[in-house]
Ligand binder design. Structure first.
Ligand code: GCB
Length: 602
């Protein structure tokens, strides 16, 4: 017993070396990184006994200690080294058959060899973990994060040592009323470390994040700002864009911040037709010293604005030929990640004739946004404020607000992102309005160069007349709404419908569609057949043409996706079948209807 006590005292002392909560580093993919992707050991911990004792007290000697028996009689009831492995990033539901429906805690663990650079700092970065992550390095807590689709990082310099290290993550994807998303949502609650894990090597003070964008109103002016990781004054920052012959030296203020505006004369703007990006490099001096930092980027420039009911890209009216996409692998489901998945999904959107994608219903992985930018696809990016959130809960608001912030901070230099969406199909009410109007203000304050929208609902139509009425109209730049005529309502109604959107803003129909099982054929009134879906698309596109101010659509959805709400055996089998592609990537008949309609919108 005495031996145990002295070990505990020692461990508690070590525990006090806490890592700091670190602001999100920008452009992580172009930093000096070591990947921790690959095989991680995992343990499924249904009762969280690796974290809580039998009276639900928090253990100071939980699984994160990675303890090993020291004496033959020692009792330790777990061993990561003997546990099974799964590749990271991934989701446990499709990696382990036993975990297909599992919602709860899984521990992930790996060891790695690392030689920290003298005088440098190391960040531990996660692209996303769904839903709650508690991260430990060498047995000590580095930090915890809530929210399944945004990146986070910790400064783990003080927790690492030269040589063998280990990282342990407690991942918990239990749903709850107060979470964002909440208890009920129409997609699979894939659990796990679903995006990249990286060690980022940075100097003591480094380039934290930065923004380089075309001025909202003046296409001859670039606005630049940069924040160092520390409030260090008089550091020299050089911004260079060789192709534009720009080389600007700036000096940080007392907050470690620089900002400037630059006049540019001949600028090739980014557009879906010519997705031009410029090579940009940022240097923190003095160069050739250990204190220097360098980040390179590839940045495009464009303007996006509204004029009455028109949407203008680079000053010209544009129609958004879009499609909604869930972040699922192109063939067979499971969470998508990486450039190949992104390329395949986006190629399908291109084949459909799209110039726009709605990345629903949460921020997708960074590869998706970057690949879309490279391929000339504009993006709608959204946070999972979906259906009925706990509107009056302060923690819920803080969570949504943080997700919004981190989504914007990660992608603020991706010029293809034109719309930040703050919600999907939320119930009208004062408390919702307060919550969402705060989010809208936040999005505008954080980023003035993009538009804010949300997917609204048109409440039941009377006499075939649909009037959109939502108090949030004044807080958004673009009016978007979902409608399911032909699926949740008779398709024959489509031709009779009239639409009134009484706001002088552009309109996007952010969802419409219906389900079909690929390969199931029959009459056009037979539900679940490809013909039913084909006819629904015909009727809907004809109806949409009559909406005044229609500036784009993002039908629901590119590909069948997994959902626990879709239980019809033999047809749905836990897939929402509204895809234009099957879960295996086969095209359904409706694909061609939409493609043809989009042909006419060019
Ligand atoms: C909606 C939701 C979307 C669902 C879709 C459906 O309105 O926004 O998340 O998956 O309907 O299939 O019912």
């Amino acid at each position: 017993m005495r031996r145990l006590t002295s070990i505990l005292v020692l461990l508690t002392a070590v525990m006090t070396v806490q890592a700091e909560d670190t602001p999100l580093i920008g452009n992580v993919l172009n930093r000096q990184t070591t990947s921790l992707n690959g095989d991680w050991h995992y343990l499924v911990d249904v009762q969280e006994c690796g974290y809580y004792g039998y009276r639900r007290e928090k253990l100071s000697y939980g699984f994160f200690r990675n303890a090993k028996p020291q004496q033959p009689e020692d009792l330790i009831e777990y061993d990561f080294d003997k546990a099974e492995t799964m590749p990271i990033p991934s989701d446990w539901n499709t990696r382990d058959q036993r975990l297909f429906f599992y919602e709860g805690t899984v521990w992930f663990h790996r060891s790695f060899n690392y030689q920290p650079k003298a005088g440098h700092r190391t960040l531990l970065y996660f692209g996303a973990v769904n839903y709650e992550a508690i991260v430990f390095v060498n047995g000590q807590e580095a930090g915890r994060h809530v929210g399944g689709f945004t990146p986070f990082n910790y400064d783990v310099t003080n927790l690492l040592k030269a040589g063998e290290n280990f990282v342990t993550v407690k991942v918990d994807n239990k749903r709850s009323c107060e979470n964002v998303p909440t208890l009920i949502f129409d997609w699979w609650n894939y659990g796990g470390i679903t995006r990249d894990v990286l060690l980022v090597d940075v100097p003591q003070t480094y380039i934290g994040n930065y923004s380089l964008q075309l001025d909202r109103r003046n296409p001859k002016q670039l606005n630049f700002s940069l924040q160092l990781s520390a409030k260090e004054a008089n550091r020299q920052v050089t911004l260079s864009i060789p192709e534009l012959k720009i080389r600007q030296m700036l000096t940080t203020d007392a907050n470690g911040h620089v900002s400037t505006s630059l006049k540019v004369r001949k600028l090739q703007l980014w557009s879906p037709e010519v997705p031009k990006r410029y090579g940009v490099s940022l240097t923190l001096g003095p160069t050739d010293s250990d204190a220097s930092d360098m980040v390179s980027d590839s940045i495009g420039f464009r303007t996006i604005e509204t004029r009455g009911k028109q949407l203008l890209l680079n000053g010209q009216p544009i129609f958004l030929r879009g499609i909604s996409i869930h972040e699922e692998k192109p063939n067979g489901g499971g969470r998508a990640n990486g450039p190949e998945d992104a390329h395949t999904l986006l190629s399908w959107a291109k084949e459909l004739g799209c110039n726009f994608v709605r990345l629903a219903h949460y921020p997708h992985n960074e590869y998706m946004v970057r690949e879309a930018e490279r391929m000339g696809l504009m993006v709608w990016s959204e946070i999972p404020v979906y259906w009925t959130i706990a509107w009056t809960d302060d923690d819920t608001f803080a969570n949504a607000s943080r997700q919004l912030n981190d989504m914007i901070r990660r992608d603020q230099n991706r010029c293809n992102v034109i719309i930040w969406s703050i919600a999907n199909e939320t119930p009208h009410g004062k408390e919702r309005d307060t919550f969402l109007s705060r989010l809208s203000r936040q999005a505008h304050d954080t980023d003035s160069t993009r538009l804010v929208s949300m997917a609204m609902e048109v409440l039941a139509a009377s006499n075939y007349h649909n009037k959109l009425q939502d108090n949030m109209n004044e807080y958004v730049d673009v009016i978007s709404f979902n409608q399911y005529i032909g699926w949740y309502r008779d398709v024959k109604d489509a031709a009779k419908m009239t639409w009134e959107i009484p706001y002088d803003k552009p309109v996007i129909v952010s969802e419409f569609g219906g389900g079909a099982k690929y390969g199931l054929h029959g009459a056009k009134n037979q539900r679940w057949t490809e013909e039913f879906q084909e006819n629904l698309y015909r009727e809907n596109t004809a109806m949409l043409d009559k909406i005044d101010g229609l500036a784009g659509t993002t039908p629901w959805i590119l590909k069948d996706f997994r959902s626990p709400r879709r239980l019809l055996t033999g047809v749905q089998d836990y897939y929402n079948r509204k895809g234009l592609f099957s879960d295996q990537g086969q095209k359904k008949k409706a694909f061609y209807v939409l493609k043809e309609w989009y042909e006419g919108k060019k």
